[in-house]
Write a protein that binds this ligand. Structure first.
Ligand code: NAG
Ligand code: NAG
Ligand code: NAG
Ligand code: NAG
Ligand code: NAG
Length: 441
């Protein structure tokens, strides 16, 4: 109960601070321009992000906030069911849930710069436009762009958006994103990513929004469905991209989003990408076991199995912060982790909780390694991807949790904290996902 109260209080606090927009800092990295097909990737709390809170957060506050966001994110991911993109929102609470990483995109002629959230589990792009009711203050002004156009109801792309309607000849659509709904016109304009111009890029020009889950300057969908960046730039980028996400602890570092097959790592481990017709935007892989130390944990095979009928399986997602495993898988991993920690200490240690983390310690611990065993690829997490430490150093938690029970959850989500400081290569033409350790700076 107290935790819930804390989360609520924290969220109220955030809705205030996040609405304060800052000038960009003096850090030269923030203003350096993106080159070639490489975009800098910033954490929303980075000094380069105008969306960072005005006051530095306490450690507990940021953890609780990120967990609350994840809860809504999981609900959103579970709601992504083919041909059913407008869904009732289970929670009545307003939760700030915009994704964690942003990139710079230039829209229109002359270009208007927007800091858009990158989201691997969403297809289309959408941008708040002039006159939008319920959007934040930074919007794209279509009238100032000579290349902007609104798509008509007969446009082929109009069949690719959820529930299109026809308003004064314009193709309009509504959709739900986390705790928000948006109404948009389907539009086109040139979008420039680093130094690559993509003419006639199709996106939603948002004219009304409710809720607080929307990324303030729009969203760039990197999913694998129609209208995504991949679908619209096949000639340019061949449905290939990679990114390195900087840790939220090293906020001065930026990562990178590298578009296209050129310059991608040659030496990288791969696992096959799977396509799940039930949730066609998402990047599924086959996680078949988890090792804690040298022991392969006993997990019922149904907890990890890929299932095209129910949409069950494991995905990589850039927008969830902490990895979530369905309850039987999480419980087995956690119990083995606790046993190893106790064995290493030579005695039973008191386990405490923090928000949604149930395996925290207030004394120094020696932890076992944790390895995700995917088809063809083992990924052993470095300590920084496995544990969170309080700034004071007094508390350490296993940075994973069970998928929320209130969501009819069948998804295991490998989240961005576990991906940080790795290069993730999405090679869709060859149906494979690569992972390699890399310090993104
Ligand atoms: C980040 O950069 C700013 C400005 O360059 C500097 O003042 C600050 O100390 C740096 N923070 C960290 C954690 O390195
Ligand atoms: C879409 O959203 C707008 C604005 O909130 C609303 O007026 C309209 O009725 C909605 N259309 C549909 C089909 O739900
Ligand atoms: C959406 O399209 C309608 C009809 O063309 C137009 O009146 C309106 O201004 C457009 N809104 C935005 C935000 O582009
Ligand atoms: C740790 O706790 C378990 C269960 O409570 C108990 O069986 C075991 O003997 C304890 N081990 C030590 C080393 O105290
Ligand atoms: C993953 O690790 C297991 C040992 O736990 C090993 O048997 C297997 O060959 C490894 N897989 C790959 C692809 O390296």
């Amino acid at each position: 109960m107290k935790t819930h109260l804390n989360i609520l209080v924290t969220l109220c606090f955030f809705s205030v601070v996040l609405s304060v927009v800052h000038a960009q800092g003096v850090n030269p990295k923030c203003s350096s321009q993106d080159q070639g097909s490489n975009l800098q990737v910033f954490h929303v709390f980075s000094p380069c992000s105008p969306f960072r809170p005005s006051k530095p957060l306490s450690w507990d506050e940021s953890i609780l906030q990120m967990q609350a966001k994840d809860q809504a994110r999981l609900q959103f991911l579970s709601s992504l069911v083919a041909r059913k993109s407008v869904v009732p929102i289970a929670s009545g609470r307003q939760i700030i849930q915009s994704p964690t990483y942003i990139v710079r995109a230039k829209i229109g002629t002359p270009p208007q710069t927007m800091l858009m959230a990158m989201d691997t589990s969403n297809d289309a792009a959408w941008i708040p436009c002039t006159g939008c009711m319920g959007c934040s203050s930074s919007v794209f002004a279509p009238v100032k762009s000579t290349t902007f156009k609104t798509l008509g109801c007969q446009a082929a792309q109009c069949k690719q958006v959820p529930n299109p309607t026809c308003g004064y000849g314009a193709c309009e659509f509504n959709l739900t994103y986390g705790g928000s709904t948006i109404a948009a016109n389907l539009s086109q304009d040139v979008v420039t990513l680093a130094t690559d111009a993509v003419p006639s890029y199709t996106f939603g020009c948002i004219k009304a929004a409710t809720g607080s889950s929307l990324p303030p300057q729009g969203l760039l969908g990197l999913g694998r469905g129609p209208l995504s960046l991949l679908a619209q730039t096949q000639n340019l980028y061949s449905s290939t991209f990679s990114y390195c996400l900087p840790s939220f602890k090293s906020l001065n570092f930026s990562g990178s989003l590298r578009l296209g097959p050129v310059g991608q790592p040659k030496s990288i481990k791969y696992t096959p990408l799977l396509k799940n017709p039930r949730r066609s935007s998402l990047y599924y892989v086959n996680l078949f076991a988890i090792r804690v130390g040298r022991k392969i944990v006993g997990i019922p095979s149904t907890a990890l199995a890929f299932n095209p009928t129910t949409g069950a399986g494991t995905i990589f997602d850039s927008g969830t912060v902490f990895t979530r495993l369905v309850t039987p898988a999480y419980t087995a991993v956690r119990d083995e982790f606790r046993r190893r920690v106790a064995r290493n200490a030579g005695r039973n240690l008191t386990v405490t909780s923090l928000g949604g983390f149930d395996t925290c310690y207030t004394v120094p611990i020696v932890t076992p390694t944790l390895t995700f065993m995917f088809s063809g690829m083992n990924v052993t997490l470095p300590q920084d991807n496995l544990l969170i430490h309080s700034t004071a150093g007094s508390t350490t938690c296993l940075a994973m949790a069970a998928a929320p029970d209130n969501v009819n959850s069948v998804l295991n989500v490998i989240a961005n904290m576990q991906q940080q400081n790795h290069r993730l290569l999405y090679d869709v033409p060859n149906s494979r996902l690569g992972v390699a350790r890399e310090l993104c700076t």
